[in-house]
Design a binder for this molecule. Structure first.
Ligand code: 13P
Ligand code: SF4
Length: 310
C-alpha cells in the first residue's frame, strides 16, 4: 500500500479518526517533533500518558517509553512506530542478572531509572527520570541503603548531588558515552563564549565541564532563559531542533563525539520515521503488549515516582 503525499495531513486526519495522541521525545527527527501533540522529557511524557483521554497513544520514542505508557493505560492501544526502537541502557540490565544483583542486596531499596524494561520496573520500588532522580533520592531516609539502576553515570551524578552512597548497576547509554573530553576542550577553546550544558547520562569527564546539567526539558528551558547565546550541547543532537526553534538567534553546537561519526544521534530513536508513524496509525500496529503480572508489578513504582515528583 502506498503512503500519501501529504504525510503530515494524513497523520493529523488519523489522529481525529482514531482519537489518538502523538507523544514524542526530543530525540526524534524534526519532522516527527513537529507533528507531535506533546513533546517532552521522560517525566513529562509519563505524565501526559497518565493524564490523556485519548483512546490511542502513538509513542514516537523508544520501547521503554511506550511500555511505560501501556503500564499506565492497560486498556488503551499503545503504538510504537518501529518496534525495534530499543535502548542500549535498557539492554544493559538483563532481568535475570538484575534479579541476582537485587537478591545479593536484600535490605536495599531499588530505585530504577525509567530507561529500563518493564521486567526491571517490576523488580523496583521507585522509578525515576533524569529530572527527578536527585529529588527522589533526597526523600529516602538516610539510613536506608539504595540500589540505583541501570545507569551508572546518572547514578554517580546523583551520588555527587545528594552525598548518598548508592549501589550502582554498571549500565550506560552508548550515545551519552560517545562524547570526547579532548574534543570538547578543543571546541570550547575555539568558542570561549559558549557555555557547555550536559545531560546527566554523560560521563563525569564531560559533566565536569558543564555549567548546567539536566534532563532534556531542563536543558531546553535553560537555553531559553539564559542570557548567553552560544551553547555546546552534550546530549543527543535531536534536541537542537527544539532549542533552535524556541530560541531563534541563539547558536547551538553539538558536543563532539570521539570519532567522526553521527554517534550523538541515538540509533534506536532514529529508527522511527514520519512514514512509519503514519503506517503504524493506519495499520494500528506495532502494538505494545506485556504480561499482566509484569504490568501490574511495574505500575506501583511508576505511580510512586509520579507522587514523589514536584
Ligand atoms: P530525558 O528526556 O528524560 O532527559 O531522558 C533522556 C533519554 O535518555 C531518553 O532516552
Ligand atoms: Fe537509550 Fe541512550 Fe538512546 Fe536514550 S539516547 S534511548 S538512553 S540509547
Amino acid at each position: 500500500m502506498s503512503t500519501p503525499h501529504d504525510l503530515v495531513g494524513a497523520i493529523n486526519d488519523l489522529k481525529k479518526d482514531l482519537n489518538a495522541i502523538v507523544l514524542a521525545h526530543y530525540y526524534q527527527e524534526p519532522e516527527i517533533q513537529d507533528v507531535a501533540d506533546y513533546l517532552g522529557d521522560s517525566l513529562g511524557l509519563s505524565r501526559q500518558a497518565a493524564d490523556t483521554n485519548a483512546e490511542v497513544i502513538v509513542f514516537a520514542g523508544v520501547h521503554f517509553m511506550a511500555e511505560t505508557a501501556k503500564i499506565l493505560n492497560p486498556d488503551k492501544l499503545v503504538l510504537l512506530p518501529d518496534v525495534d526502537a530499543g535502548c542500549s541502557l535498557a539492554d544493559s540490565c538483563p532481568p535475570d542478572q538484575f534479579a541476582a544483583f537485587k537478591a545479593a542486596h536484600p535490605d536495599h531499596l531499588v530505585i530504577s531509572y525509567i530507561n529500563c524494561t518493564a521486567e526491571i520496573k517490576a523488580m523496583s520500588d521507585i522509578i525515576c527520570t533524569s529530572s527527578n532522580a536527585v529529588h527522589i533520592v533526597n526523600q529516602i531516609p538516610a539510613d536506608r541503603p539504595i540500589i540505583f539502576a541501570p545507569d551508572q553515570n546518572l547514578g554517580r551524578y546523583v551520588m555527587a548531588e545528594t552525598g548518598r552512597d548508592l549501589v550502582l548497576w554498571q549500565g550506560s547509554c552508548i550515545v551519552h558515552e560517545t562524547f570526547s573530553e579532548r574534543r570538547l576542550i578543543e571546541l570550547k577553546t575555539k568558542n570561549p563564549q559558549a557555555e557547555v550544558i550536559a545531560h546527566p547520562e554523560c560521563e563525569a569527564t564531560i559533566l565536569r565541564h558543564a555549567s548546567f546539567i539536566g534532563s532534556t526539558t531542563a536543558l531546553l528551558k535553560y537555553t531559553q532563559t539564559s542570557p548567553l547565546d552560544t551553547f555546546i550541547v552534550a546530549t543527543e543532537s535531536g534536541i537542537l531542533h527544539q532549542m533552535e526553534k524556541q530560541a531563534p538567534g541563539k547558536q547551538f553546537i553539538p558536543a563532539p563525539p570521539t570519532g567522526n561519526c553521527a554517534c550523538n544521534e541515538c540509533p534506536y530513536m532514529r529508527l522511527n520515521t514520519l512514514e512509519k508513524l503514519y503506517v503504524s496509525m493506519r495499520d494500528r500496529k506495532p502494538e505494545i503488549t506485556m504480561p499482566a503480572d509484569i504490568r501490574q508489578a511495574a505500575l506501583h513504582p511508576i505511580q510512586r515516582m509520579l507522587e514523589m515528583s514536584v
